[in-house]
Design a binder for this molecule. Structure first.
Ligand code: BGC
Length: 756
């Protein structure tokens, strides 16, 4: 009898008539009854097959370990045949034939790459967000995978932190919508489905609160801030049914997340009711030693006891837990509990029914990098772009005349996909130069000059190119390249400068203290601006950048993040008006790094400064305004929208009554376009000092030129709740300011009294 049949029969031998949970429990208990202590500890061991390696350790002797039952899961390999070969070892050659779980960092698409997550979040379109995860899951499962290390739901208010690119920005409510959509997209209606994967929500928790925006740094945060502003997206992911969580690298108020019992057990499981398993981040258990918690045996025991179930790469569990059990520093029950959770995940994925469910080479051929997936990638990229400036309607460009296409990112494939791309192939991406050719053919005369390298700063270059990647520098002196670009610009009607950050200037371990466009490229932009030609900046960036000079000197700025496989086609569609941009930023763009952290839902302070009257002894700076360059929720369109005032159906409410707030939006420009209508609520007086306002809802609407639409938001007491000093989530009576508008700063307001 084939081992696979054996496990299938094991799977079906238990309680067919009981509920699904009871069936699973019975199956897992039956299996665990046969397992030795070593085999149980083996299930807690996650190894890497090699790509990507984000720590100093890689695993050795994997085949032997699989045969010996010393491995529960593997990441860093993909491809139907490759995965099948490894699964074969587990299923055919290990004593109990327990299948492995196969994971990977599928972050913004798999082989077909979508915009970086910060870009995806700028769509404000949850159907698109969910679809992007669904397509990624389909491609990933066609290549052997059952588990993805995504979504990354860490709230970030510090754009120096490179991983702000991997999340959905600064707002907890909005981040929760995105978290839910992604989990649903990955896991579908059942994780047993052939095209569904298990989500792994990361990084639990508060990783985005790293001090000074420096990677892996300390997090110290008040409980109210945690609960109100940082934890909701993780909770939303639990509520959406996420199957697994990843613990983060940082400490939280002195206790590292990976060994934090309050976090991994009290909050996640007891308060939130999470039923899945928790894996550590890459060697995060071992790193507890650097955090000062003890040697490998000690920290492994701490992590297991805290509620960590699986150890990524470091093998602290594998090599020390048995000893700790003998010495009494961990219990059999703790080992069993972790093992059970890992086996349950495999059960929920249907791996005991079919360990090879994701290893069909025919599906791999049919489902990966398809035309449809590429079309979707182009669409979501267009929706992710944010028009930051468009003076005198420079954009859209005419499909005639001469354009000078300039910049180190204009004729480039390697930087189109952005950070955290494991399976995507840059050579399959469309460059901006190619995209423009595809969209306008020979109707437009395109002159090209590279103009500069991405950076000539040797440290920035060295640290943002790793894993053997190279910038591909042009060896000419910087001035010679600028001169050539200026000559090219002079011959054109308009200059399109494609500039910004390279893919790995953001992402893990890419914190920056200076978040300008790299200096070499700024020199180029300054020279181009001097030509007096209209200057359109197509901006690549993994984070909010400081752009006051660009805002003052460019005619138009289109923020395209890193758009993914269809980059060039999407950029060209938007530049030439085939699609009217409607994206809105989900993280504030500061004027200067000195303003960081900067976010829209700040507190008022005792001495607020509203920009009017004397500034002395007010909460401000003496050298810069408090205002950001571009506020949260900001983004322009080729058309213009007019907002009416806010109409409330009541001005006085009681208890559980509901309020309707309505605005009328009119398209007053020449183009059809979408607008993201945003609802914020503020409570000026409460038992604690509240944020000046908080996003509570939004609606994305399409309007033809001249068309008007009413948008009504239903507001209930759910929208008024907050965490008080006792961490009770409730609302308090009082005055509420309802704000509706096109971004967090530009709103119409109305006030209402709401009594208990
Ligand atoms: C990152 C995680 C990632 C893991 C596995 C770590 O360095 O922090 O986000 O999932 O590596 O590749």
């Amino acid at each position: 009898m084939l081992p696979v049949v054996l496990v299938m029969s094991l799977c079906h031998a238990f309680g067919q008539t009981k509920s699904a949970d009871a069936k699973m429990n019975a199956f897992v208990s039956g299996l665990m009854g046969k397992m030795t202590l070593d085999e149980k500890i083996g299930q807690l061991n996650l190894v890497t097959g090699g790509a990507p390696t984000t720590g100093s350790v890689v695993n050795k002797g994997i085949e032997q370990k699989i045969k010996g039952g010393d491995i529960g899961g593997m990441f860093g390999i993909w491809g139907a045949d490759k995965v099948k070969a490894v699964q074969d070892i587990a299923v055919k050659n290990s004593r109990l034939h327990i299948p492995l779980i196969f994971g990977l960092d599928v972050i913004h698409g798999h082989e077909t790459v979508f915009p970086i997550p910060l870009g995806i979040s700028a769509t404000w379109d949850m159907a698109l967000v969910q679809e992007s995860a669904k397509i990624a899951a389909k491609e990933a499962t066609a290549e052997g995978l059952n588990w993805v290390f995504s979504p990354m739901v860490d709230i970030a208010r510090d754009p120096r932190w490179g991983r702000i690119s991997e999340g959905s920005g600064e707002d907890a409510w909005y981040g929760s919508q995105v978290a839910r959509a992604i989990v649903k997209g990955y896991q579908g209606t059942s994780m047993k489905n052939a095209d569904a994967v298990m989500a792994c929500v990361k990084h639990f928790a508060l990783y985005g609160g790293a001090e000074a925006g420096r990677e892996y740094n300390t997090v110290d945060m008040s409980p109210i801030k945690m609960y109100q502003d940082y934890l909701p997206p993780y909770k939303a992911a639990v509520d959406a049914g996420a199957g697994s969580f990843m613990s983060s690298f940082n400490t939280i108020n002195g206790v590292p997340a990976t060994g934090n019992q309050w976090l991994l057990t009290d909050l996640l499981r007891k308060q939130w009711g999470f039923k899945g398993f928790v894996v550590s981040d890459y060697t995060a258990v071992n790193e507890l030693t650097n955090h000062g918690l003890g040697d490998l045996q000690t920290v492994s025991a701490i992590a297991l006891k805290a509620g960590l179930d699986m150890d990524m790469v470091g093998e602290g569990f594998l090599t020390t837990i048995k000893k700790s059990l003998k010495q009494g520093t961990v219990t059999q029950q703790e080992i069993d509990q972790a093992c059970r959770r890992v086996l349950e995940a495999k059960y929920k994925l249907g791996l005991f029914d079919n360990p090879y469910k994701s290893t069909d080479p025919a599906r791999e051929k049919a489902d990966v990098l398809t035309d449809d997936n590429r079309k979707f990638s182009r669409r979501i990229a267009e929706h992710s772009f944010v028009l930051l400036k468009n003076q005198t309607q420079t954009l859209p460009l005419k499909k005639s005349g001469t354009i000078a296409l300039i910049g180190p990112l204009a004729d480039n494939h390697s930087e189109m996909l952005g950070t955290w791309v494991v399976a995507g192939n840059p050579n399959k991406s469309v460059s901006v130069r190619e995209g423009i050719k595809n969209v306008v053919g020979s109707d437009v005369n395109i002159l090209y000059a590279r103009g500069s390298n991405i950076t000539d700063d040797s440290l920035l270059n060295e640290r943002s190119y790793f894993f053997g990647m190279k910038q591909g520098k042009d060896g000419r002196p910087a001035q010679e390249m600028i001169d050539e670009a200026v000559e090219t610009a002079k011959k054109a009607d308009v200059v399109v400068a494609v500039v910004g950050e390279s893919a790995n200037m953001s992402g893990e371990s890419s914190s920056r203290s200076d978040i300008n466009i790299p200096e070499t490229q700024r020199d180029l932009l300054k020279a181009l601006a001097k030509t007096g030609k209209p200057l359109v900046i197509v901006l690549f960036n993994g984070r909010p950048l400081t752009l006051p000079w660009e805002d003052a000197h460019a005619s138009a700025i289109l923020d395209v993040w890193a758009p993914g496989t269809e980059a060039g086609n999407a950029v060209a569609d938007v530049l030439f008006g085939n699609y009217n941009p409607a994206g809105k930023i989900t993280a504030t763009f500061p004027r200067s790094v000195g303003q960081i952290p900067i976010y829209y839902n700040h507190k008022n302070t005792g001495r607020p400064f509203d920009g009017k009257g004397p500034a002395k002894f007010k909460s401000d700076y003496i050298d810069i305004s408090n205002d950001p360059l571009y506020p949260f929720g900001y983004g322009l369109s080729y058309t213009t929208f007019n907002y009416s005032g806010v109409k409330l159906d009541k001005t006085m409410l009681k208890g559980n009554e509901a309020l309707k707030a309505t605005v009328t939006i009119t398209n007053t420009g020449k183009y059809a376009g979408e607008e993201v209508v945003q609802l914020y609520i503020g409570q000026p007086v409460a038992s604690i000092s509240r944020s000046v306002k908080e996003l509570k809802d939004f609606r994305k609407i399409m309007l033809k030129p001249g068309e008007s639409k009413e948008v009504t938001f239903d507001i209930t007491t759910k929208d008024l709740k907050f965490y008080n000093t006792k961490l009770v989530y409730d609302w308090e009576p009082g005055e509420f300011i309802v704000e509706i508008g096109t971004n967090s700063s530009d709103t119409h307001t109305a006030s209402v009294r709401w009594n208990k």
